[in-house]
Write a protein that binds this ligand. Structure first.
Ligand code: IMP
Ligand code: MG
Length: 193
């Protein structure tokens, strides 16, 4: 799917969380992580692609010695609904045995992605394992799990921006917005008619 400018603009319904609100919460999250580890080294594990923007800001808000690592998990979506299939498409480069690992997620929706990632990483026996998520949609949970820290709880909206996408677009928005997929499609349909 390639969006034209009109479709792209129409897809952004309204801003839910602005850059200043994100900045404030990230400072708090950095302090939270510093407090957990008290100067011992950590490994921040970003779950791609959605958390790359969050990771970039979060890693600069912690002061403990910090490595970063990347994993990619693909949740299959039918439009804005999870199809319940998760696959790990890229694994971490680092060994994590005896590491203090912090998983950095963009959003916990049904919980399936994080559940699979946790299972995989727990089996590798890290010294500790925590989860920090930018966003949480608790009302959508299918697998019961909670992050150690969630920066924003939101209602059941499909959101875009600050790393999160609709059809791979909008990841570069500096804010978090509600997406309007119907408008993207209807403007696309008019154009194609
Ligand atoms: P879960 O496995 O259902 O918890 O889904 C988690 C993944 O689906 C997230 O890491 C996102 O990549 C994606 N996702 C879930 N909700 C949204 C949303 O509102 N906007 C964009 N991506 C989402
Ligand atoms: Mg994700």
């Amino acid at each position: 799917m390639q969006l034209d400018t009109e479709q792209y603009r129409n897809g952004i319904r309204r801003v839910l969380i602005n850059p200043e609100q994100i900045r404030e919460k990230i400072i708090q999250a950095g302090k939270y992580i510093d407090g957990l580890y008290d100067g011992t080294p950590i490994l921040l594990v970003s779950i791609l692609k959605g958390s790359f923007v969050f990771l970039a800001d979060l890693c600069r808000a912690v002061t403990v010695p910090c490595e970063v690592g990347f994993m990619a998990a693909k949740s299959y979506y039918e439009d804005t609904q999870s199809a319940g299939i998760v696959s790990i498409t890229m694994d971490l480069q680092q060994e994590i045995k005896d590491y203090n690992v912090v998983i950095v997620e963009d959003i916990i929706d049904t919980g399936r992605t994080l559940n699979d990632v946790l299972k995989l990483l727990r089996a590798r026996e890290p010294h500790s394992l925590h989860v920090v998520t930018l966003l949480d949609k608790p009302s959508r949970r299918i697998v019961e799990l909670r992050a150690d820290l969630s920066l924003f709880e939101i209602e059941d909206y499909f959101v875009i921006g600050y790393g999160l996408d609709y059809g791979e677009y909008y990841r570069n928005l500096p804010y978090i917005a509600e997406c309007d997929p119907k408008k993207i499609k209807s403007t696309g349909a008019e154009k194609n008619a």
